[in-house]
Ligand binder design. Sequence first.
Ligand SMILES: [Zn+2]
Length: 115
Amino acid sequence: MTDPRTTTPIMVRSPMGATVTEIDWADGTTSRLENAVLRGYCPCAGCQGHSGEIKFIRGNNADIATIDEVGSYALCFAWGDGHSSGIYSFRYLRTLGDLVQRTDARPDVPRAGTA
Ligand SMILES: [Zn+2]
């Protein structure tokens, strides 16, 4: 069984104009998700179709207009182009965050300690 703290957000930080959204989880982990990654993995049927496979959709507007909590299990992001049908469950967000961290999919971000 999964520790429920791993999918319980305590804080979501997504400042206006920032390109990264940070989510602090109750287990002490912080997920740093680029807004472009969040948009690219929008889970709505319009973006993902019905194949059951989650794929990355390139090139869509990645400016976050608003973030709303949906029930107590998900977040809904509204994007700069008006798209807002993606319901991102906490579990989905945590999975994305862990994936990004594990694969180190941000090679263009300078790391602390490297010149
Ligand atoms: Zn979508």
